[in-house]
Design a protein around this ligand. Structure first.
Ligand SMILES: *Cc1c(COP(=O)(O)O)cnc(C)c1O
Length: 387
């Protein structure tokens, strides 16, 4: 095989994620894992039952339709209308994907050409960099800087070049918890219209926003419907991250483009789970309010504990992550800190440096997930007090 590296050069250096390393460390040391962001309690029992029923009744056990089953596509349009007043045609403007992850990959592969530039909010969710690279495009970071983690809109404007094709935004933002304000969204939308840019927006935490912040889809703003691919997923909202049911909404032209890439990635996925998520999206508002209230309580529990342990806490407006700074503890390097933390006190967290192109930018930041049972969070907080 000669001397040529086996791994495609666009993926060079993207070996194993920090999540694999830290989760293995958690298992090896018996630590509480606040690293990877998945809930330790499953979603609603009636939704799990709906999936079981679909399997038993033979609904979705064979290849479902490419764009997704009609029941789910209708439920997605009802959800967009009910929560945001956005109207989509379930036949031409909705696409069901294998989680938001496939929606991101298919959107970027479909819409980008080699040489294009993508401006993305940094720290980045880890698949963004890989998918932009696989599409042969170049990522240009718009860095959210501590302590406020707001986008600098003048900097954004200055970063648009004739090669810029697409803005990749994520609100609520993982890992900082930033929720873009109506003013920020308006400025981004105006720039996209003025410079004729596409927007891909990752809104998987749309239902995890803590007052007074509120979630606003950028697709609702003037001139945005025809240039925005909106992405969401059932994993975070319904606490079934293993089901991998996601979706895209957008104009017929954008959805057709994304569908073209998607059909050669997975073709289809998760047949019976699609029926169950159609039911989940139609749950009464009480479900969404209760879920948010539950996570808000957990956020405050962990935030108070982290502050008591001596961390500088950046209280998130959304998502189920808290970013902290370790400087007040006399520490400077988050990666080193996270590697030693399991041994020091039996807790696992993630160093934010891995989400930056310039690791210096996030060097002293560490991320903690609070989508865990109250007892688990309380025990983690007790252990962290030993620091
Ligand atoms: C979890 C997550 C995803 C992936 O969602 P899936 O539906 O599990 O594929 C995408 N974007 C962000 C910001 C996430 O946190």
């Amino acid at each position: 095989m000669g001397t040529r590296p086996l791994l495609n050069r666009s993926l060079a250096g993207m070996g194993t994620t920090i999540f694999a390393e830290m989760s293995a460390l958690a298992t090896a040391t018996g630590s509480i894992n606040l690293g990877q962001g998945f809930p330790d309690t499953d979603g609603p029992a009636e939704i799990a039952e709906a999936a079981i029923r679909a399997v038993r009744e033979g609904r979705g056990n064979q290849y479902p339709p490419g764009p997704g089953i009609p029941e789910l596509r209708h439920a997605i349009t009802e959800h967009q209308r009910h929560h945001y007043g956005l109207a989509y045609d379930p036949d031409r403007e909705v696409l069901v994907t294998a989680g938001a992850t496939e929606a991101i990959a298919a959107s970027l592969l479909a819409l980008l050409e080699p040489g294009d530039e993508v401006i993305a909010m940094e720290p980045f969710y880890d698949s963004y960099a890989a998918c932009i690279a696989m599409a042969g495009a170049t990522r240009v970071p718009l860095t959210l800087r501590a302590p406020a983690f707001r986008p600098d809109l003048d900097e954004l404007r200055a970063k648009v070049t004739p090669r810029t094709r697409l803005l990749l935004i994520n609100t609520p933002h993982n890992p900082t918890g930033t929720v873009l304000t109506p003013d920020e969204l308006r400025a981004i939308a105006e720039l996209a219209v003025e410079r004729d840019l596409l927007v891909v927006t990752d809104e998987v935490y749309e239902h995890l926003v803590y007052g007074p912040a509120t979630h606003h889809p950028i697709a609702a703003l003037p001139g945005m419907r025809e240039r925005t691919v909106s992405i969401s997923s059932a994993g975070k909202t319904f606490s079934f991250t293993g089901w991998k049911v996601g979706w895209v909404t957008g104009s017929p032209e954008l959805v057709a483009a994304v569908r073209t890439a998607k059909q050669y990635l997975t073709f289809v996925s998760a047949g019976p789970f699609q029926y169950a998520i159609a039911d989940a999206l139609r749950l009464p508002d009480g479900y969404f309010d209760g879920f948010r209230a539950d996570l808000l309580r957990k956020r405050d529990l962990l935030a108070d504990g982290l502050a008591a342990a001596g961390f500088e806490v950046h209280l998130p407006q959304g998502t189920y992550f808290i970013t902290t700074d370790i400087t007040p503890l006399g520490e400077t390097d988050g990666l080193e800190f996270c590697r030693k933390l399991p041994e020091r006190c039996g807790v696992v967290a993630i160093p934010n440096a891995v989400f930056y192109d310039d690791p210096e930018a996030g060097r002293s930041q560490v991320r903690w997930a609070f989508c865990k049972q109250d007892e688990v969070l309380a025990e983690a907080v007790a252990r962290l007090r030993r620091l």
